[in-house]
Design a protein. Structure first.
Length: 549
């Protein structure tokens, strides 16, 4: 809109008003100087005329008179000054200049051929005046004017006619050329104005489009952030479709997840009431690649279709009869399509390639969040299984250990002593805190106070629980160290056995050495090694021996 101050058409009428007003203001300023300069030599009649003309000029300059009145009065004053000069001095002063000036001004400021009329009238006036002068009926008023002969009048009139005709022709040709240029400028101005309007419309449309894209990008970013914060797959899918439907204005959005072969899709979340009633519905993917859903899944790209577009195949869903436009966005992770979003709009051609680009980015972020949540769930499950297995292994290990040893110690005023049997009555008194390891209780700590106070504060219980945790860790470390020492001793025994057996190459010596080492290692009463080719009998005997042991 600011360009309207630059693209303005040329208004000749306004120019003429400014031009004549400028001339009148100049005449109002310089007229006083002219009157004062000629006051001493002018006749009383000239003084009266000049003062009257000056007052009229000032009046039409200052007063808000119409343009036509101002123009005609100004031309008449010029013409009258010229006629007065010729009557006073004949062809010897500047009368013709005022006449030619009035004709030229008439050509510039008027269009109704006043210049030609003025030229003809002035020529007739000069001819009549010359004839009257030669006939003796007229003489110049000024006493200082020289005698005018017929030749002088002929030359004067001839020069005036030539100058007048040239002036009128030149000014009219200039006006014609100027009018054509003005018309061309006006046409160019109108064309520029039309182009300006078109450009402003395009800028406005582009601005609105950019604002729409910015709004979509902002909605997409906020939706992706909210979806990324979800920690459950069901919550993630419901949040994604509801936010997309709410912020982008689509009356139905369905999220489908593909099965392992990729032949069927299951509706898992929907933003519309009708869609929510269809959750769990199975959608078989057709083999026809022209189907938008099949094409989107196979090609991993968004597909847009509309009921008014003959270039694409529009599939009408009977569950959503209001759908006029439809867009399918694949959900892909690492180039693997795991599902798709089915977007419906009740407006024809509601989806554009720019919309598809922005929404596909949002769909990709949703798919990544979906995969991250799935991996997180799998990790949680594996950690839970590991914790369960560790807990079970801890219980089995310490059950076996306590079955063999059952260590228990008690502090009394007499000192620390082992406990071999528990007093059920005394076990019900005092503070009892379990010793837990990997969620399994492997023992307990029993405390009793001195004196009559038997209660324990919460802070003291918490402190004892922390001590119990440290005791459990210390016991587990001791068990592991003991197990490692036993394994090291076992490995050392095997190494010594192998070294002793390999010291000789004699078969009998090997068997004899192996028998001796086995008896020494396990502190046996008897050890026997039998070498025989009857392997089947030996296998049966070994199996029977293992069962008996």
């Amino acid at each position: 809109m600011a360009n309207n101050t630059i693209l303005t058409a040329f208004d000749i009428k306004a120019w003429r008003e400014i031009f004549i007003l400028s001339i009148l203001r100049f005449a109002s300023v310089t007229g006083i100087v002219v009157i004062i300069g000629s006051f001493s030599t002018a006749t009383p009649l000239d003084r009266f005329l000049f003062i009257g003309f000056y007052l009229v000029v000032v009046a039409i300059t200052v007063l808000p008179v119409p343009y036509a009145l101002r123009a005609y009065v100004f031309l008449l004053i010029l013409f009258a000054v010229g006629v007065n000069s010729i009557i006073a001095w004949g062809p010897w002063l500047d009368g013709s200049i005022f006449l030619l000036t009035s004709i030229a001004m008439a050509s510039l400021i008027l269009d109704n051929r006043i210049d030609v009329i003025g030229l003809i009238l002035s020529i007739i006036f000069l001819i009549v005046l010359a004839v009257l002068n030669q006939l003796g009926s007229f003489e110049p008023i000024a006493e200082q004017s020289p005698v005018t002969k017929g030749v002088d009048w002929i030359g004067y009139i001839a020069n005036y006619v030539a100058s007048g005709i040239i002036t009128v022709i030149a000014i009219n040709q200039f006006k014609g050329a100027f009018t054509r240029v003005s018309d061309q400028m006006q046409i160019a101005y109108e064309a520029l104005k039309v182009e300006q309007v078109k450009l402003e419309d395009k800028v406005r449309e582009r601005t609105e489009e950019l604002e729409t894209r910015m709004t979509q990008l902002r909605y997409s970013a906020t939706t992706a952030r909210v979806v990324a914060e979800a920690r459950e797959i069901g919550e993630l899918m419901d949040t994604a479709v509801s936010l997309m439907s709410e912020r982008f204005g689509y009356y139905h959005i369905g999220l489908y997840v593909l099965d392992e072969p990729g032949k069927s899709a299951y509706l898992q979340a929907s933003a519309s009431e009708t869609g929510k009633s269809l959750i769990g519905q199975i959608l078989r993917l057709e083999a026809d690649r022209r189907n938008p859903i099949t094409s989107a899944v196979l090609n991993n790209r968004p597909i847009i279709s509309s009921d008014s577009d003959t270039a694409t195949t529009f599939v009408k869903d009977p569950n959503f009869p209001l759908t006029r436009s439809r867009m399918v966005l694949p959900l892909a992770v690492r180039s693997l399509v795991i599902g798709f979003l089915d977007l419906h709009s009740d407006q024809t051609k509601a989806f554009s390639p720019e919309d598809a680009e922005i929404l596909q980015t949002l769909a990709d972020l949703t798919a990544i969040s979906f995969d991250n949540v799935r991996l997180l769930d799998e990790t949680r499950y594996l950690l839970k299984q590991l914790e369960t297995n560790t807990s079970i292994q801890t219980q089995m290990t310490w059950s076996k250990l306590t079955t063999r040893h059952k260590p228990a110690y008690q502090y009394t005023p007499a000192g620390v002593r082992p406990i071999f049997s528990h007093d059920k009555r005394s076990s019900e008194e005092g503070l009892k805190i379990p010793i837990q390891l990997h969620g399994q209780a492997i023992g307990f700590i029993k405390l009793r106070r001195k004196g009559l106070v038997t209660t324990w504060s919460e802070r003291e219980q918490v402190l004892v629980e922390k001590i119990a945790v440290q005791v459990g860790l210390a016991l587990e470390n001791s068990r592991l160290v003991d197990e490692a020492q036993k394994n090291a001793l076992r490995n050392q025994m095997i190494a010594n056995f192998s070294s002793s057996v390999r010291e000789t190459l004699d078969i009998e010596a090997v068997i004899r050495t192996a028998t001796t080492e086995l008896r020494n290692v396990f502190d046996l009463k008897e050890a026997e090694i039998v070498i025989s080719a009857a392997s089947s009998n030996l296998n049966e005997q070994a199996s029977a021996s293992q069962r008996n042991s």
